[in-house]
Design a protein around this ligand. Structure first.
Ligand code: SF4
Length: 336
């Protein structure tokens, strides 16, 4: 077995309890957790996906999406197979769910040093742990993160936010930015589609914000799943009240995925209405994603155009030392 001893677990009544995500799987001898990449072998928990990369690309940071974190920079983006959720509409289903093709045992082993070297050589300013759920390949992400910091790179997470407090406590010092995908504002929706609960995700967002990790939120709006008024306004108010009015919120349009054709593409007017609800809740930066429109940033005080983007590409940035050049308002984000 090509595996790496896992962090964050304990033994209870002869079973291993994995303490990496809020599923807190109780794993018997020889069995795996829900994510399928952590196994109990002779009473020790192992990560089966350590260093087993299924994707490694150079992306614009805007693709994460992060619009207020080193805009226009490139981020070396990696993923290992596996996820702790099974969202039917997943856009990365082919790599997030284990198949014979992406079985970690069949993938070559990459060392943390190789990732950092490739990131530096490609001129990236950060490394992103993304595409699948980085919580599930935490041990590798953590080892890469420590080396990345030494090399002057930042660490970016793109996550469903379902990690435990223990994992966050351990990893917060190594995290610079995160985009958390809040999929719905209704626990029943989380239970039905992800087999998970909403509250730990909301609590983690508050923890991340308080710890000073730069946070942006994404919601993929899907007709009949999470687009009702109560959910959209409830989530907008949560972000404004608990995370701050200057927290960017990306509301993305859903398109049917090959494995999930039952629901049609979200009408553009649903997205635009949700953007309006977000702004009415006091949010200063609400972006519509997947609509084929420019997603520009304006000064929340004087309205000056600050950052303009064509699709995911930055085409202009007038923010000077973190402030609006016209009225001097501080613009939330990490600009240099
Ligand atoms: S990471 Fe989550 S899903 Fe995977 S074994 Fe641990 S608790 Fe279970």
């Amino acid at each position: 077995m090509d595996a790496h001893e896992a962090r964050l677990w304990t033994t209870i009544d002869g079973k291993i309890e994995c303490q990496l995500c809020h599923h807190y799987c109780k794993i018997r001898e020889g069995r795996k957790g829900l994510c399928q990449v952590r196994r109990n072998v002779d009473g020790v928990l192992y990560s089966l996906s350590y260093g087993k990369l299924i994707a490694a690309h150079v992306d614009p940071i805007e693709k994460k999406p992060l619009f207020h974190f080193l805009p226009g920079s490139q981020s070396y983006s990696i993923a290992a197979p596996g996820c702790n959720f099974r969202c039917a509409w997943c856009q990365n289903w082919d790599i997030s769910q284990l198949t014979a093709r992406n079985d970690p045992e069949r993938l070559a082993l990459t060392a943390p040093e190789q990732v950092v070297k490739a990131a530096v050589q490609s001129g990236c300013k950060s490394i992103s742990y993304t595409y699948t759920e980085p919580t599930i390949f935490y041990e590798f992400a953590r080892d890469v993160s420590a080396l990345a910091r030494e090399a002057g790179l930042r660490n970016v997470w793109v996550s469903n936010g379902y990690m435990t407090g223990q994992m966050l406590d351990e990893n917060l010092p190594l995290m610079d930015a995160i985009n958390v995908d809040i999929k719905a504002f209704d626990d029943a929706v989380y239970r039905k589609y992800a087999g998970a609960h909403l509250q730990p995700i909301l609590d983690n967002c508050v923890t991340l914000k308080k710890a000073g990790v730069w946070l942006e939120v994404t919601t993929l709006l899907i007709k009949g799943v999470n687009d009702d008024e109560a959910q959209v306004s409830g989530l907008a108010e949560f972000i404004a009240d608990k995370l701050g009015q200057d927290t960017p919120w990306h509301i993305s349009r859903y398109y049917p995925q090959p494995q999930f054709q039952e629901i049609a593409a979200t009408p553009p007017e649903t997205i635009l209405k949700a953007v309006k609800v977000g702004k009415e809740a006091g949010l200063q930066y609400v972006y519509s994603g997947n609509l084929g429109r420019n997603e520009d940033t304006h000064c929340p005080v004087c309205g000056e155009l600050l950052v303009d983007r064509r699709s995911l590409w930055l085409t202009g940035n007038r923010v000077e030392k973190g402030v609006c050049p016209k009225c001097g308002t501080k613009i939330a984000g990490v600009w240099e």
